[in-house]
Design a protein. Structure first.
Length: 381
């Protein structure tokens, strides 16, 4: 009986936490080549791990208060035609992902979208809107350090200031918004009416004030105004005193994934042949190397791995963020929305995947072209 339960647990972990399992395998294999020693302690970026924990806790706090669902209901209730509704549904994850990360934005708004479209009998729009929401979340999240775990890591790894980060990513955020608005123009202008029987109440308003303050402290810590031990202590104390259940909503597998990739990339950095190869690739074309690596291992692990082989943070930052477009693996948040879609009654995996790949490929080509134009003009890399 115990063996059956253990087998079931392991299968669940393998299915739901695939990236963690892969990162653990990579870490263990690298440990065969580089035996554990005192240098391993230097692999771990404790500042990134603490910041990531604090941001996940604060985001879970916001969700507990119901602020995002209230925002969605207010925006959607004001729409009276399909194009306006589609615009609101797509821009919600675009802007919210800048604060709560792309995966949390999709977890929040994709199920809500499926429900709304079903209520108003517009299920035929489900696939294209979810694809656009996925792209919107992946592109909107690149605008801020809290939006993507790799942004948080790279800001910590290279000591980036607020101005450096935003000046680098602002052009791509603006172009992304224009592209999304262009895509929405293809939605037919047909009348719809969105009606919610009961408005979602704001829960725990005092907690919302506390989590808002904690989020501001997170921003100050990201840009090196506040030391990360002080932030971590503050968040831990607030959770213990006010909302202990939030501890259960933190994605500890994501933290463990980062640790595994810290070990893996640290060990690769001590293998001269691999180090020379990756360093050469990053030197020759760091941005394209980052984009291609993201398609294979996703953009967060790519950022951790490649950061050991370059000091060109702009190429790595832009490459891993743009690299979130492309295959469903490029940004693991894309798999979240795909799972939700495939659970709907009229799900068509082939059509969804073709549309996903076509729109992602188009967006990636346009943004990469813009990046190389900015680079040629001396404004980027």
């Amino acid at each position: 009986m115990r063996w059956i339960l253990m087998k079931s647990f392991l299968y669940k972990i393998l299915r739901e936490e695939t990236v963690f399992c892969i990162s653990l395998l990579f870490a263990l294999l690298s440990m065969l080549a580089v035996k554990p020693d005192a240098e391993y302690a230097g692999y771990i970026d404790l500042r990134t791990l603490c910041l990531l924990f604090c941001l996940m806790a604060v985001t879970a706090g916001f969700q507990k208060c119901g602020i995002f669902r209230i925002l969605a209901e207010k925006l959607l209730g004001a729409q009276n035609h399909m194009r306006g509704l589609a615009l609101a549904l797509v821009l919600l994850p675009f802007f919210c992902s800048m604060v709560i990360t792309n995966d949390v934005a999709l977890l929040t708004f994709v199920p809500f979208t499926i429900l709304v479209l079903h209520i108003i009998k517009q299920d035929r729009h489900t696939a294209p809107i979810i694809v656009l929401q996925t792209i919107a979340a992946n592109l909107g999240s690149m605008a801020t350090p809290p939006g993507n775990p790799q942004n948080l890591f790279l800001c910590s790894r290279y000591g980036l200031g607020m101005g450096e980060f935003f000046l680098t990513m602002l052009p791509f955020t603006a172009i992304s918004l224009i592209l999304l608005l262009f895509c929405i123009r293809f939605v037919r202008q047909e009348p719809v009416r969105v009606y919610f029987k009961e408005s979602s109440p704001l829960e725990h308003p005092r907690l919302l004030a506390v989590f808002t303050i904690l989020f501001l402290l997170c921003l100050l810590t990201i840009f090196h105004v506040l030391p990360y031990p002080a932030l971590t202590l503050c968040v831990m104390v607030c959770l213990l005193l006010l909302s202990r259940d939030i501890f259960g909503n933190v994605d500890y597998f994501l933290l463990a994934t980062f640790i595994c990739f810290f070990v893996f990339s640290g060990n690769l950095g001590r293998m001269e042949t691999i180090r020379s190869f990756l360093s050469a690739c990053m030197t020759k074309n760091g941005m394209l190397t980052s984009v291609l690596s993201s398609q294979i291992i996703s953009n967060v692990p790519a950022a951790v791995l490649l950061s050991s082989f370059t000091e060109n943070w702009k190429a790595l930052l832009v490459g891993t963020n743009l690299g979130g477009l492309g295959t469903p693996i490029a940004s693991l948040a894309s798999l979240i929305s795909m799972k939700f879609y495939l659970k709907t009654e009229e799900a068509d995996f082939r059509s969804y995947l073709l549309l996903f790949l076509a729109l992602n490929a188009g967006g990636l080509v346009i943004l990469l072209t813009a990046a190389y134009i900015l680079s040629a003009a001396g404004l980027l890399i």
